[in-house]
Design a protein around this ligand. Structure first.
Ligand code: SAM
Length: 472
């Protein structure tokens, strides 16, 4: 029986409730009156239920679909402004004992080179990332208790935070590792991680079990209940996601929102972020072998519908997607993107992009500097800000900031100051010219005069090179 407050995976992601939701959505996909009512509710920025959002996703009326996209754009602007948070993935190890059929790190893949970074190698990778200008990382590892035990992950986090090369600094480490125990989540929390990210891959239990035939990840309930354990362990920023292409996107969409509703109902706070990865070609993996691929226009609609359904949740898109798709996604709701990414273990210290240990092909192969310049030319502010969690604004405290609309007096100046650091320390001359102009113009959008004056003072200090890491 469906129960969003239950702690059992099969009750808060109830299969029958998803089927009923899809039937309800089909029944009402041309129900103009209902769709307009749902849009009115969404326009109050209070979010939608999985059923309501599923009706929007199913809607076939061109004009109403346009309205969904317009509303998504408006919500994006009102809550997140034009700031885009930047990050990079750091692959620590591709040893893995799971059998995920879509992932090249699966245990039976004998022709992929296996590699696990030593602490010295991590140091070199982090210096390379700092020299690009990154301040925020997402660490990634396969699941292998022997090769990648929690102690290895914790030691790696300590190493990452300890490195300060020139003006470089990694100020937030998010973690994307396999589902684990409350005790291990507590250790991750103590190590000072930002968000704990775990993609569900698919919410469809039967497909999940078939796609993960062997290894600890086979256990659907253990995987699906991981976020509750993470929160029990004290981590209050968690990141959800599904790997689009594995199952029917409408099923995944409903499941994803039910998961968010469950976290809100039980933990009092919804997911901090939602990622929207799509399956990609990789060594040993042909994406065409998975017959639920999502075309670009539907992918855009999924992003817009997530944006209107959970307005307070950040949305992430990676370099799995091309420049063109990322441009569309940014407009419709994405608030965080990776740049200059290498998805291979040890890839950042190699001159040429290595492919032998790569997790998936990267579509957007531009450098971070190119991505930063591209964003600014489109009037986005690339932000290297990590202030919230360092100031203790996590979980519901972050949501409060969002809901009280204080973001413009806080996130906006923080974005400008961290962008200024980037321009001083890492940008090419062309990017710096574009950025300086943007910062000058954007200063006028800080509503509070005192905050604006302080920001101007801090920007001056950053330019003169005397100080770094200011934040509100
Ligand atoms: N191993 C960890 C786990 O089991 O959750 C997480 C790290 S894994 C490196 C990060 C994510 O990459 C996976 O959760 C999966 O969604 C995604 N991924 C795996 N194979 C992929 C592929 N062929 N194309 C795109 N994304 C893929």
């Amino acid at each position: 029986m469906y129960n969003p407050k239950s702690l059992k995976a099969e009750e808060f992601i109830d299969h029958q409730e998803i089927l009923d939701t899809l039937a309800f959505a089909d029944e009402h996909k041309n129900d103009r009156e209902m769709i307009e009512q749902i849009l009115e509710k969404a326009a109050q920025y209070k979010g939608l239920t999985h059923r309501e959002a599923s009706v929007l996703l199913a809607c076939e009326d061109e004009e109403l679909n346009q309205k969904v996209c317009q509303l998504a754009e408006q919500i994006k602007k009102d809550f997140y402004g034009n700031r885009i948070v930047m990050f990079a993935p750091l692959y620590l190890s591709n040893y893995c004992i799971n059998g995920c059929t879509y992932c090249p790190y699966h245990m039976k893949n004998k022709h992929i080179a296996r590699k696990k970074l030593t602490q010295d190698e991590i140091r070199a990778e982090v210096i390379a990332l700092q020299d690009m200008g990154h301040k925020r990382l997402a660490i990634e590892a396969g699941e292998d208790p022997k090769n990648n035990p929690i102690e290895y992950i914790l030691e790696s986090i300590r190493t990452i935070y300890s490195i300060h090369h020139k003006n470089g600094d990694i100020r937030r480490v998010n973690v994307n590792i396999a589902a684990t125990t409350v005790e291990n989540y507590r250790k991750l929390k103590e190590a000072g991680i930002g968000t704990y990210i775990l993609f569900q891959e698919t919410y469809h239990k039967e497909s999940y079990e078939a796609l993960h035939p062997t290894g600890p990840k086979h256990d659907y309930a253990y995987h699906t209940e991981a976020m509750d354990r993470a929160m029990e362990g004290g981590i209050d920023d968690v990141g959800l996601g599904v790997l689009f292409g594995l199952e029917m996107y409408r099923y995944e969409f409903a499941g994803l929102l039910m998961h968010a509703e469950h976290l809100e109902a039980v933990q009092g706070v919804g997911p901090h972020t939602i990622s929207v990865p799509r399956i990609k070609h990789a060594d040993d993996i042909d994406p065409n072998a998975f017959d639920n691929s999502v075309p670009d226009d539907m992918f855009a609609k999924i992003i817009a519908c997530i944006r209107v359904a959970v307005p307070y949740t950040g949305m992430i898109i990676s370099t799995r997607e091309s420049e063109k798709v990322r441009a569309m996604a940014l407009r419709l709701g994405i608030s965080q993107i990776s740049g200059g990414s290498r998805t291979s273990v040890g890839g950042y210290t190699e001159e040429e992009r290595p492919h032998d240990t790569e997790q998936f092909d990267v579509s957007d192969q531009r450098t971070l500097d190119e991505v930063v310049k591209w964003l600014m030319e489109d009037d986005f502010i690339p932000s290297f800000c990590t202030a919230c969690y360092r100031a203790g604004r996590t979980g519901d405290r972050f949501m409060q900031l969002c809901k009280s609309r204080q973001i413009l007096n806080c996130c906006h100046p923080n974005a400008l100051m961290t962008l200024q650091e980037y321009l001083e320390d890492y940008a090419s001359p062309e990017t710096k010219t574009v950025g300086e102009k943007l910062i000058q113009a954007e200063l006028n959008n800080i509503p509070n005069e005192k905050v604006r004056t302080k920001t101007i003072e801090y920007l001056g200090k950053i330019r003169s090179g005397s100080e770094r890491d200011f934040r509100f």
